[in-house]
Design a protein around this ligand. Structure first.
Ligand code: DOR
Ligand code: ZN
Length: 340
């Protein structure tokens, strides 16, 4: 008999949906699997103001084409984000403000140049109860790329927490043991974890040659870190939730001499997470449901949803290509299906 079960329609706490033609190609994949998705603001023209965010939210809704999908949007923090924007954003239902260190990743050149410059804004966010979503990597080129998250935690995040103990922080796309331990030991820090960081270690990037579709930021780490992420996700802590970081780039921009960072996982995101959870004799359904839905619902204080999805343990093949975007595991078989 095939094994299947239902969970509330999950929440993607971190996704890149882009804009324009790509938005209409990718948003329906997220909308069919997720009840809420938090769309990142690193568009070519970043989402800087509450007005920008409201307009982007409308474009996502139109592109998502699903009645039981609610897009959530964030602002892109710069050195100059006005303090007055915090309350304005909060009142408009903007879910948080994303902090990118300058040039840490795709379209982050308008990001924060010096973390201390953000402290007045973080103080206002703490006061208003508006979460900050943090890309936690230092950008100093002298720091080894595999250490950038750990150094960010040690040098920057620790100080943020000390100064703003009541600030609600979502540390995005965790990749290391250090991050798991840090989040576990703090009261107001929660964290998203991607499916690809749960499933793969850094060997995957170099199997048989360089494989650009496995290149993302923060970059995949050693096996010991992957194991720590799986323990965090499948454990009893309420602090960890799914955030796919699905990041579509056109094939030519990935398969290039200087390929863009990002794994496009939206078409089968929930199935990939199920694969990562499917390691014990008995599938941990309750933990899976909390990680995919309940924990983010609580952190972001969202209204519960009625819709459910059905997961079935039955193989399917991942699409080879979606327009000109190559999904992770293109053409390969995966063991799970969301039943539509
Ligand atoms: O791999 C990534 N891709 N990491 C990020 O932080 C950004 C994202 C993108 O926008 O392409
Ligand atoms: Zn991201």
């Amino acid at each position: 008999m095939t094994f299947e079960f239902n969970i509330p329609k999950p929440i993607d706490a971190h996704v890149h949906l882009r804009d324009g033609a790509i938005l209409s190609q990718v948003a329906p994949f997220t909308a069919r699997q997720f009840s809420y998705a938090i769309a990142m603001p690193n568009l070519l023209h970043p989402v800087l103001t509450t007005e920008d965010a409201i307009a982007y939210r409308k474009r996502i809704s139109a592109a998502g084409k699903s009645g039981d999908f609610t897009p959530l949007v964030t602002l892109y923090m710069t050195d100059d984000t006005p303090l007055s924007e915090v309350k304005k954003a909060k009142d408009a239902g903007i879910i948080g403000i994303k902090l990118y260190p300058e040039s840490a990743t795709t379209n982050s050149e308008f990001g924060v140049t010096d973390i201390k410059k953000t402290y007045p804004l973080l103080a206002e966010m703490e006061k208003q109860g508006l979460p900050v979503l943090i890309h936690g990597e230092v950008t100093d080129p002298n720091i080894d790329i595999f250490d950038r998250e750990a150094v960010f935690i040690e040098k920057i995040l620790t100080d943020i927490i000390k100064n703003f103990p009541a600030l609600k922080v979502s540390l995005e796309h965790l990749t290391t043991t250090q991050a798991v331990n840090f989040v576990s030991g703090q009261k107001n820090i929660f964290a998203s974890i991607t499916a690809h960081h749960l499933l793969y270690n850094r060997n995957e990037i170099f199997k048989g040659g360089i494989r650009p579709h496995w290149y993302c930021l923060p970059v995949l780490k050693r096996e010991e870190h992957r194991k720590a992420l799986v323990s965090a996700a499948t454990g009893s802590s309420k602090k960890f939730y799914a955030g796919t970081d699905s990041a579509p780039h056109l094939r030519a921009n990935k398969e290039s001499a200087c390929g863009c960072a990002g794994c496009f996982t939206a078409p089968n995101a929930v199935e990939l997470y199920a694969t990562a959870f499917d390691t014990a004799k008995e599938f941990p359904q309750k933990r899976f449901s909390d990680f995919m839905y309940g924990n983010a619902l609580e952190f972001y204080n969202l209204p519960p949803v009625k819709s459910k999805i059905t997961l079935r343990k039955s193989a399917q093949k991942v699409e080879d290509t979606i327009s000109d975007i190559i999904p992770l595991l293109a053409g390969q078989e995966i063991a799970w299906q969301v039943v539509y």
